[in-house]
Design a protein around this ligand. Structure first.
Ligand code: PLP
Length: 416
């Protein structure tokens, strides 16, 4: 009976693509800052029978019968997140980080209300009001930028901008800003103009859970995040807020923005949050930042320019315009991919090229740190990257880099 057959028997093409993807992850160095590898436990939770269950509503108040066990799972995820982040209220149902932001906007904004957020080309995210995203289409958006000289956010400028624009919500958080946000400062600015502060910690969720990155919880009414970047809880989103906004946020997520929650993803979040409570995870978060610092120092020694001169977290943005003016971000991504180093092209502040071409690459350490890489390996990887960029046409250099990548991958398997 087809129902009981394996994926390979039912759909060999999909099974093969999954096998190849697993092989690709094992045999390349994943340095995309927003990616990571989840544990076997999280994979197990996400691949479970919970995918079968409808559970519209919230634990104890569902629109479907048979929810007793998924209630347990969702309550575990919520309680663990409350503990990890020290917050009053948590919603673990957003299907993604973008939908977490949607949940917050829908809870306190009306169409036409004003958002002030970091510009995409200066490190922000599409869901912070870009015109190709619902957030830019429904709301009136203005954006702040980093100082072109320092690469840091200019908070005085942000304050004047806020006073002039009078936003309803100020968004902090980023996809490619390598420095810590001054959440207290942004909270004060939002208060001064009677706006809410939404801190989108998508990238640094795990670093904050582990206590190695400043938390915005005291300085923002709303905190949103992804659950699959520096925290390894599987793909999804999360919203945290003060108790006074709990009902508004919950009804903005369901029924406002979504239908039934993906309970297998919620189970992944519960398992990943359990892992995040351990000392092992704390050490992982410390190492992720140490590895980023090593990589940044090595890049600097070898003449690459980093936006803001370095990093405070798990990622950095290499601006190729000074060191490699003839190589675009797109070309760098391709050159590195050819030797098994996977990064993404990224716009840089003051970008003149299109987002499909760009003048920079974003490089992150969460996934390599999960594999067990320490500072010694990061130095090797930094050298490989610069060797390849310095010698784009030299096949010997590329062959040597590819072979070192292969050895590193064998020495540090992911799922073994
Ligand atoms: C700052 C920020 N917010 C939100 C998101 C959206 O997350 P998702 O891709 O899960 O919608 C991202 C994703 O990279 C992000 O960097």
């Amino acid at each position: 009976m087809a129902f009981k057959q394996s994926l390979e028997q039912i759909d060999p093409n999909t099974a093969e693509a999954i096998d190849l993807e697993r092989e690709r992850q094992e045999s390349t160095l994943g340095m995309i800052a927003s990616e990571n590898h989840v544990s076997k436990a999280v994979l197990e939770a996400q691949g479970s029978v919970l995918t079968n269950k409808y559970a519209e509503g919230y634990p104890g108040g569902r629109y479907y019968g048979g929810c007793q066990h998924v209630d347990t799972v969702e309550e575990l995820a919520i309680e663990r997140a409350k503990e990890l982040f020290g917050v009053d209220h948590v919603n673990v149902q957003p299907h993604s980080g973008t939908q977490a932001n949607m949940g917050v906007y829908f809870s306190v904004l009306e169409p036409g209300d004003k958002i002030l957020s970091l510009s995409l080309s200066h490190g922000g995210h599409l869901s912070h009001g870009h015109n190709v995203n619902f957030s830019g289409q429904l709301y009136d958006v203005e954006q702040y930028e980093v100082d072109p000289e320092t690469g840091y956010i200019d908070y005085d400028e942000l304050e004047s901008h806020a006073r002039e624009f009078d936003p309803d919500i100020v968004v902090s958080g980023s996809s490619a800003y390598p420095r810590e946000f001054e959440y207290d400062r942004i909270g004060d600015i939002a208060d001064a103009v009677d706006a809410y502060h939404l801190a989108d910690i998508a990238h640094v969720t795990g670093l904050i859970a582990a206590g190695v990155h400043e938390s915005p919880v005291e300085h923002a009414e709303f905190v949103t995040g992804s659950t699959h970047k520096t925290i390894r809880a599987g793909r999804g989103g999360i919203i945290m807020c003060d108790e006074e906004f709990a009902d508004d946020v919950d009804s903005a997520v369901f029924p406002g923005a979504q239908g039934g929650p993906l309970m297998h993803s919620v189970a992944g979040k519960a398992a990943g949050f359990a892992e995040a409570e351990t000392d092992e995870f704390q050490s992982y978060a410390v190492q992720t930042i140490a590895n980023a610092n090593t990589l940044a120092d090595e890049f600097d020694d070898r003449g690459l320019s980093l936006v803001s001169g370095g990093t405070d977290k798990h990622l950095m943005l290499v601006d190729l315009r000074d060191s490699h003016p003839d190589i675009t971000g797109e070309e760098a991504e391709e050159l590195l991919s050819d030797v098994g180093i996977i990064v993404n092209k990224n716009t840089v502040p003051g970008e003149t090229r299109s987002p499909m071409v760009t003048s920079g690459i974003r490089v992150g350490t969460p996934a390599l740190t999960t594999r067990g890489f320490g500072e010694k390996e990061m130095k090797t990887v930094a050298d490989l990257i610069v060797d390849v960029l310095d010698n784009p046409e030299d096949e010997d250099v590329h062959d040597r880099a590819a072979s070192t990548v292969e050895h590193l991958c064998q020495e540090f398997p992911i799922y073994g």
